[in-house]
Design a protein around this ligand. Structure first.
Ligand SMILES: [Zn+2]
Length: 282
């Protein structure tokens, strides 16, 4: 009888207190990449947040893992282009009884191998640069809200196309009149090719700009926005909810563009990040 009791005891959880652990997809990330943080706990957390490079990001509740009997929270953290070296990442969470706990890790940020390209548009001048910065501000203005996460991993490529421009490419325009790192992917496809929503979300704008042409911006929640530029036609309206894969527009050549292509960009908390980092499951 005593033996059975001891065996039964050993089958019970070692401790009934809270157990929480933090996992990173990787402790090495490329500049312009996304740090993916998972916070697993055997009890629901009251709150969780991650601090990186002086900014704090709220974690969002993902799911209850039945097999592991764990609650899973996640946080996606942007690493701006141009970052390098070892950085601190601090995760802080609050348990049911208001006890606070902290996990500290080091993240190594490495450079991105980027192409250098020169583009001739014949349209870069003082006037267009002013317009570009004005329109850039408008585009960021659509990304002020942090809404609940509605996406499911992974994100999908919005078009079947040839990639002609990579994320982070160093570009100079019109003989060095302007230059910057490319903030998205350029996907060349014939005019009229269907563009699909990369994930579930809400259309924040479907409008026309001078520089980016006809644009669509979708809010996927948790600070993730996808942007679709230089479109031909648009099939969605502001405020519409879309599902991953829905047809939202057609590839075009509107705005400052050197041929029919989709400029596809992902902003995470207003920081342009490598879309490739969201195309795998996590
Ligand atoms: Zn582009």
């Amino acid at each position: 009888m005593r033996k059975i009791f001891i065996i039964l005891m050993s089958l019970l959880p070692v401790s009934l207190s809270a157990e929480t652990y933090v996992m990173l997809e990787s402790n090495t990330v490329k500049e312009g990449g996304v740090i993916k943080v998972r916070i697993n706990s055997n009890e629901p957390l009251k709150a969780a947040e991650v601090t990186f490079m002086g900014k704090t990001y709220q974690a969002f509740y993902r799911k209850y893992d039945v097999r592991e009997s764990e609650y899973m929270c996640m946080a996606f953290i942007p690493v701006p282009l141009g970052t390098n070296g070892k950085k601190d990442l601090k995760t802080r969470w609050l348990l049911r009884n208001d006890d606070e706990a902290i996990d500290r890790q080091k993240v190594r940020v490495v450079g991105l191998k980027s192409r250098e390209t020169q583009l001739s548009t014949g349209m870069v001048n003082d006037n267009s640069m002013v317009r570009l910065s004005n329109e850039g501000r408008i585009i960021y203005g659509f990304q002020n809200r942090i809404t609940p996460a509605r996406f499911t991993m992974p994100f999908i490529m919005p078009v079947k196309a040839v990639q002609t421009g990579g994320f982070g490419d160093k570009r100079t325009y019109d003989g060095g009149k302007a230059g910057w790192r490319h903030k998205g992917l350029d996907l060349a496809a014939p005019k009229g090719t269907k563009v699909h929503a990369s994930n579930n979300g809400t259309v924040m704008t479907a409008s026309t700009t001078k520089m980016y042409g006809i644009i669509v911006i979708i809010d996927h929640g948790a600070g993730i926005y996808t942007m679709y530029f230089h479109l031909n036609r648009v099939f969605v309206k502001k405020g519409m909810n879309v599902k991953k894969g829905d047809i939202i527009a057609e590839v075009g050549n509107t705005g400052i563009s050197t041929g029919p292509h989709l400029h596809w960009q992902v902003n995470l908390h207003k920081v342009p990040v490598n879309p490739g980092d969201l195309l795998a499951d996590f």
